[in-house]
Design a protein around this ligand. Structure first.
Ligand code: PMP
Ligand code: GLU
Length: 396
């Protein structure tokens, strides 16, 4: 073998490093060096994990929850999840239809477990940065479907229908969405479910932002008629409970499918850490006020950031109904990666370039407002000053 050729599998070649994870790490490194940078980049709540959840984990460690546990997850947590899915989401699952895994891994389990080489998987464009890479890793072909401003950043069933071919295996959807914060209407979800049943497909519904909802209602497609057997619902603790570093989430599906999917878990990570799962039980059974307080704060920050955008010409701002991102389209003659790069180096503000979320995300920037009110005001003042400078140059 030639030494300059790295023995990397062809599956990895079309994949780049996660732009959100990479930018988040870069900003942390800059802050560690004492640099004055304001981060609107990674989607990570700035709150501490609520104390009752931390206490439950400490107690679990003291009690010896330090061993391997069931690959599907400890029964107590799966029961609590099944109860939540039934009561809040109308999804008829029971504890044997659940696999506890880090949210990202739950998605990976679903895709690896469903996709054959050459299968096509549809997902929204713009959409979260890891859908296409995971489809590649599973050996499938990612097929982005436009979900832009014209359709309120929802994948319109007509656009999805046009993208379906005999090779289509599954559709991934995500409401409330990353990066636009759109909350799909009931009609959109119903239309997508009809396509899934009519065309004999699977649906993977990423509902991680369910609780970060300001307007409208959340609908779980697995609760719609005939959909439970065709849907893998993926969810997690990271956003709802400010638990990003705990790496805990789940998937929920029909039992016989889960029995197959769990093989991926057993041959990769075995199980999620036991004491973290005990903390997950405390999160689900804890006071809803802990979550409501964080969502209220996100709502207030959304208003502050919306107000700031109104003072910056050149941005077309879609009002997010959920999640904690703004995804404005802009008029400037600048590719989004260059725009983001210049904001970081010249204005000391980190944002994620829209192109990271797919071709249709070009000419957009993602601003995460999972940071303090003070940072929002300070960071947006820097953006305003940068944009004024840019406009003066463009006007020359
Ligand atoms: N889905 C979406 C839409 C996300 O934004 C993220 C990022 N947190 C994930 C899944 C993965 O979540 P986790 O960090 O809990 O693995
Ligand atoms: N999902 C978050 C984001 O979009 C966290 C990073 C990641 O997992 O992509 O910023």
């Amino acid at each position: 073998m030639r030494r300059d050729v790295k023995p990397v599998a062809s599956r990895l070649k079309p994949i780049v490093q996660s732009p959100t994870v990479r930018l988040g790490a870069l900003v942390n490194e800059m802050k560690r060096r004492g640099e004055d940078v304001i981060s609107f980049s990674v989607g990570e709540p700035d709150f501490s994990t609520p104390q009752h959840i931390v206490d439950a984990a400490k107690k679990a460690l003291d009690e010896g929850w330090t061993k391997y546990v069931s690959s599907m997850g400890i029964p107590g947590l799966r029961e609590a999840i099944a109860e939540k899915m039934k009561r809040e989401n109308g999804v008829p699952c029971d504890k044997d239809g659940i696999i506890v895994a880090p949210t990202k891994h739950a998605l990976y389990i679903a895709l690896t477990g469903l996709v054959d080489p050459g299968d096509e998987v549809l997902f929204p464009d713009p959409g979260w940065v890891s859908y296409a890479p995971m489809v590649h890793l599973a050996g499938g072909r990612p097929v982005p479907v436009r979900a832009t401003e014209e359709t309120k950043y929802e994948p319109a069933p007509e656009a999805v229908a046009e993208a379906i071919t005999p090779n289509t295996k599954a559709i991934v959807i995500n409401s409330p969405s990353n990066p636009a914060g759109s909350v799909y209407s009931k009609e959109t979800i119903k239309g997508l479910c009809d396509l899934v049943t009519d065309r004999d497909l699977f649906l993977i519904s990423d509902e991680i932002y369910e609780k970060i909802l300001y307007e409208g209602a959340h609908y779980s497609p697995a609760s719609f008629d005939g959909m439970f057997d065709r849907t893998v619902t993926v969810h997690g603790f990271s956003k709802t409970y400010a638990m990003t570093g705990w790496r805990l989430g789940w998937l929920c599906a029909e039992k016989s499918l889960v029995k197959q999917l769990v093989k991926v878990q057993e041959h990769t990570i075995t199980c999620a850490p036991a004491f973290v799962q005990i903390a997950g039980v405390a999160a689900l059974k804890g006071p809803p006020s802990a979550v409501a307080a964080m969502v209220d704060e996100f709502r207030a920050r959304r208003e502050i950031m919306a107000g700031e955008f109104r003072t910056i010409p050149g941005f077309h701002v879609f009002r997010p109904a959920g999640a904690f991102y703004f995804f404005p389209r802009y008029d400037f003659e600048l590719p989004s990666d260059e725009f983001a790069e210049r904001l970081l180096t010249e204005a000391r503000v980190a944002v994620t370039p829209g192109s990271a979320f797919g071709a249709a995300g070009e000419n957009h920037l993602r601003f995460s407002y999972a940071c303090s009110r003070e940072d929002i005001r300070k960071g947006m003042a820097r953006v305003r000053a940068f944009v004024e400078k840019l406009r003066r140059k463009e006007g020359q």
